[in-house]
Design a binder for this molecule. Structure first.
Ligand code: CMP
Length: 139
């Protein structure tokens, strides 16, 4: 089944480097509508919960430290085929392998500090959106 919403975060590296505006412009230009958005910062507990699926991975500590070190922008995006199309827009997890013109090719510096998050499935998009937003904050 194809649904129309995905969840994204502009990560602390991209926020600190002043890329929020450029990234949002590319998201809009690619046809995504922003239906929820907030500027926020993850606590240690938030990041450990959000990334619980990666808890056993060797990079987990590094990931939590990175994602809590500064503000992020969290958003819910709407478009036909949102999850897959947004994964195409952001590019491969490792920016060295990301296609030209993708957000990670343009704005990410490493596999860990990769500028933008995009949900990997419709089910996770719903879970991740609900992690950050109440029903009243999504339009
Ligand atoms: P993302 O796919 O948004 O969510 C999981 C994150 O874990 C991923 O982005 C990276 O930020 C991070 N990650 C994945 N693989 C590695 C790795 N090999 N080393 C460090 N961080 C990683």
């Amino acid at each position: 089944m194809v649904t129309n919403r995905t969840f994204t975060m502009i990560k602390p590296d991209a926020v600190a480097q002043g890329h929020i505006g450029a990234i949002l412009e590319k998201i809009n230009a690619a046809g995504f509508k922003i239906v929820a958005m907030k500027y926020t910062q993850l606590s240690q507990r938030d990041a450990e919960a959000f990334y619980a699926v990666h808890a056993a991975r060797p990079f987990f500590g590094e990931l939590v430290a990175f994602m809590t070190r500064g503000p992020i922008v969290a958003a819910v995006l709407e478009k036909d085929n949102a999850v897959a199309d947004f994964r195409t827009l952001i590019g491969a997890t490792n920016p060295a392998e990301a296609a030209e013109g993708t957000l990670r090719k343009l704005f990410a510096t490493s596999v860990g500090e990769n500028a933008v998050h995009g949900s990997d499935s419709d089910a996770n998009a719903a879970i991740e959106a609900a992690f950050h937003f109440s029903g009243r904050e999504i339009f």
